[in-house]
Ligand binder design. Structure first.
Ligand code: HEM
Length: 284
C-alpha cells in the first residue's frame, strides 16, 4: 500500500511558498514543453466564433500525426532488426495515439455550413490535403504517391523529409520481410518490390496471413496481425469521421485544395489499409 510518510513519497506541503518561488528565467515546465511558443501559434484569420476550434483541432491533429509517425518509425526500425517485442510495443503506443486522434474530431463534429462559411473563405486554398505529416503517415502505411510528394517541392526541408519516407520501405514492407525471415511464405516479388510504388494486395500475402490466422492461437505473429488490424481500422475510422464532418459542414461543395470534395474523400476512405489482413478473413 502507498505510504505517504515513506522517504520515497514526494515532498508534500500545504505551504505554497517554496513552490511559488520565482525561477531566474522561464519555468522548467516551459523550458521542456515550450508552451509559451506553442500557445502563440493559434492565430485565426477571422473573428468567426468557430474558427478557433477549427484551428486548434487541426493543430492538435497535426501533433497526434507527429506522435504516430514517430511510433511507426520506431516500430519499422525494430522490425528490421527482428525485435518483434519492441516493434509491437511501439505499435501499441501508436494505437493509443490513434484513439486520441480520432477523439479529437469532437469540437468539429457538428459544424454547420453557416458556421464553417464564417471563416472558410479566409483560409483560401489551405487544405489538410497539404499536410506533410499526414502524408508521412500514408507513406509509412505503404500508400506512396509521387504526386503527393511533388506538392511539397516548394518547401525544401519538408520535401526532403517526405522524400526520405517516400523512398524508404514502409512499415508494412518491414512486417512482411520479418514474416518471411520467420519462415512464412512471402513471395519474392513482394519482398523485392519497388517500395516507391503504392502497396497493393497480393494473393501470396493473403496466403501468408492465412497460415498465421489458422496456426496456433497464441502465436505472437497472430497478435501482430490483430494489432495491425486495429491500426488499419483506426486509420479508416479517422477517414470516415472526416467524411462525416465534411458532409455536415460543406455538403457537396468543392474542396479548398480543388478536389471534388466529398466524393473524392469517400473514395479515399474506401481504400483498405494492410489489404490482405482484411481479405484473409473471408478464407479462414
Ligand atoms: C470542417 C472541417 C473540415 C472540412 C470541411 C474538410 C474538408 C476537406 C476536403 C474537402 C478535403 C479534400 C481535399 C480538398 O479538395 O480540399 C480534405 C482533405 C483532407 N483533410 Fe480535411 N476538412 C476538415 C477538417 C480537417 C481536419 C481538422 C484535418 C486535420 C488535420 C483535416 C485533414 C485533412 C487531410 C489529411 C486531407 C487529405 C486526405 C487524403 O489525402 O486522403 N481535415 N478535407
Amino acid at each position: 500500500m502507498y505510504d505517504s510518510t515513506s522517504a520515497l513519497a514526494p515532498p508534500a506541503t500545504d505551504d505554497l511558498d517554496p513552490l511559488t518561488r520565482p525561477f531566474p528565467g522561464a519555468t522548467p515546465y516551459d523550458a521542456y514543453v515550450r508552451a509559451s511558443v506553442l500557445n502563440t501559434l493559434q492565430q485565426p484569420f477571422t473573428e468567426a466564433p468557430d474558427e478557433m476550434g477549427f484551428l486548434v483541432t487541426t493543430q492538435v491533429m497535426e501533433l497526434w500525426f507527429t506522435l504516430i509517425v514517430h511510433e511507426w518509425r520506431t516500430a519499422k526500425t525494430a522490425f528490421a532488426k527482428d525485435e518483434l517485442h519492441a516493434a509491437m510495443d511501439a505499435l501499441v503506443r501508436s494505437r493509443r495515439a490513434l484513439t486520441a486522434l480520432n477523439a479529437a474530431w469532437a469540437p468539429l463534429a457538428a459544424l454547420t455550413p453557416a458556421q464553417f462559411n464564417g471563416f472558410r473563405a479566409a483560409f483560401g486554398r489551405a487544405s489538410g490535403f497539404q499536410s506533410a505529416m499526414y502524408r508521412h503517415m500514408e507513406f509509412l502505411l505503404g500508400d506512396k504517391s509521387a504526386g503527393m510528394l511533388r506538392l511539397h517541392e516548394g518547401d525544401a526541408a519538408v520535401h526532403e523529409g517526405l522524400g526520405e519516407t517516400y523512398r524508404d520501405t514502409s512499415l508494412y514492407d518491414e512486417v512482411l520481410r520479418l514474416l518471411h525471415r520467420r519462415g512464412l511464405p512471402v513471395p519474392e516479388h513482394v519482398r523485392d518490390r519497388d517500395v516507391t510504388a503504392t502497396y497493393t494486395s497480393d494473393p501470396g500475402v493473403v496466403e501468408t496471413w492465412r497460415q498465421v490466422y489458422t496456426g496456433p492461437q497464441h502465436d505472437p505473429l497472430l497478435a501482430l496481425g490483430e494489432l495491425l488490424t486495429d491500426i488499419a481500422e483506426l486509420v479508416t475510422r479517422w477517414r470516415m469521421d472526416h467524411v462525416m464532418v465534411v458532409r455536415r459542414a460543406m455538403g457537396t461543395k468543392t474542396g479548398s485544395a480543388g478536389s471534388t470534395g466529398l466524393a473524392w474523400l469517400e473514395r479515399r476512405a474506401a481504400r483498405p489499409v494492410f489489404p490482405e489482413l482484411w481479405e484473409v478473413r473471408g478464407g479462414v
